[in-house]
Design a binder for this molecule. Structure first.
Ligand SMILES: [Zn+2]
Length: 411
């Protein structure tokens, strides 16, 4: 938006400060030029008035963990089977998918995210197909190209395809940024973990890794046994030369030197030493309550551990292969149910500024503050009177009326 717009709202949740009743935001060239009470607003000429007198206005939500290409698996994967059975089912579906089907799944996922107020995402993509759709959608985000290769024989091919992707997609400009996702400690060899992380670090690409999501993962990294080993053998990926690290997944990645500054996804099973390493390495953690619930996991401990140590925690949905919706309002509600001691403001931070921090975008988005982009979610007020808009957002909201990205409506 090159023009100047004046947005008037019944409630504004800036996140960086307490909610504001009857507030005004001036948007100039896509950025916030003023936010405050009506009385304090300078009397400027505005090209457009955005009337939100019956709405709540808050920063667009940030969902740092999705796999949009899996959106077509919504409701198709059996719940209640073990983790490796889940992998078998997902692989059997995705192997059959054509390029067109994947792109259509990505678009379905984007539509669902937008209707739930999301303006920025971190998407993990094996094929890179979400890049173009994300660019076309106008959303902001990072597409992390997924690297997988447990058997050492896969290393060269994986690195070559990462290089090709980086050459064709990576650019420092624009709303969509190139990233790298070595999938997990149990799906990459030591060499490939180090090489893919090093490739990203040299070029300043952000890195995301799934870590300590399940008990079988911890067993495999600790002892080299269990259902993950069985799966590797079944898929013909087992490497006779691989020896178990004998550590927790977090300690293993730290020992390999691939933990620094990454986005750590899940981290459901961690101990005190792991938490200290996460803090020391400035890892941002993505907690996925909906996905945990989908799998039937009752995960509570780590969130309090992250928060006590001042580790940055954001909420993520993960994919529709292991969640019912791509809706951060749902994730906020689940977090509120799991941790009633957390205040509503803190839960909202986990879906806005903490997510922005996790994607290294905290200077641009995540709060409604002067100088930041006008990425805004606009929510209808209910029929009943509300005293605390933050409580309403966390406990009752499911979708938005519309969203703005740099001041422009997302279609
Ligand atoms: Zn994931």
């Amino acid at each position: 938006m090159d023009k100047t717009a004046r947005l008037e709202a019944k409630w504004i949740i800036p996140v960086s400060s307490p909610p504001l009743e009857d507030g005004v935001i001036i948007i100039r060239k896509g950025r916030i030029a003023f936010i405050g009470e009506k009385g304090g607003c300078p009397d400027l000429y505005c090209d457009e008035i955005i009337d939100c007198q019956e709405q709540i206005v808050m920063p667009g939500l940030v969902n740092p963990h999705t796999h949009l290409a899996l959106s077509g698996l919504k409701g198709r994967i059996r719940q209640g089977s073990g983790f490796t059975d889940w992998i078998r089912e997902v692989v059997s579906y995705t192997r059959k998918m054509s390029r067109e089907e994947i792109i259509s799944c990505v678009k379905t996922g984007i539509d669902e995210l937008v209707s739930a107020g999301t303006t920025t995402i971190g998407d993990i993509s094996r094929s890179g197909y979400s890049w173009k759709s994300l660019k076309e959608s106008g959303l902001r985000g990072i597409v992390y190209i997924e690297v997988i290769g447990f058997n050492r024989s896969q290393r060269e091919k994986e690195m070559e395809s990462l290089r090709v992707c980086a050459e064709s997609l990576a650019s420092k400009n624009g709303r969509v940024i190139f990233g790298v996702s070595p999938h997990s400690p149990y799906t990459l060899s030591r060499e490939l973990l180090k090489e893919s992380y090093g490739f990203a670090a040299e070029r300043d690409y952000p890195v995301a890794i799934h870590i300590a999501e399940t008990v079988p993962e911890s067993e495999f990294i600790e002892k080299g046994t269990g259902e993950i080993r069985d799966l590797m053998i079944e898929f013909g990926l087992w490497d006779e030369g691989w020896s178990p690290p004998g550590d927790s997944p977090v300690k293993y990645l730290n020992n390999l030197g691939v933990l620094k500054g990454i986005l750590g996804i899940h981290l459901n099973y961690v101990d005190d030493h792991d938490l200290a390493l996460l803090k020391e390495n400035e890892v941002s953690v993505i907690f996925c309550p909906g996905s945990n619930q989908w799998f039937g996991r009752d995960i509570r401990y780590p969130l309090s551990g992250f928060l006590e140590r001042g580790i940055n925690v954001a909420l993520g949905t993960d994919s529709l292969a292991s969640n019912w919706k791509l809706n951060l309002f749902e994730e906020m509600r689940m977090t509120n149910n799991l941790f009633p001691q957390l205040d509503y403001h803190h839960i909202i931070e986990m879906c806005t500024i903490n997510g922005a921090r996790a994607l290294n975008m905290e200077n641009q988005i995540g709060t409604l503050s002067i100088g930041k982009y006008a990425d805004i979610a606009i929510i209808d007020l209910p029929d009943h009177k509300i005293d605390d808009p933050e409580e309403y957002v966390v406990t009752e909201v499911d979708r938005v009326r519309f969203t703005l990205l740099q001041g422009n409506p997302i279609q």
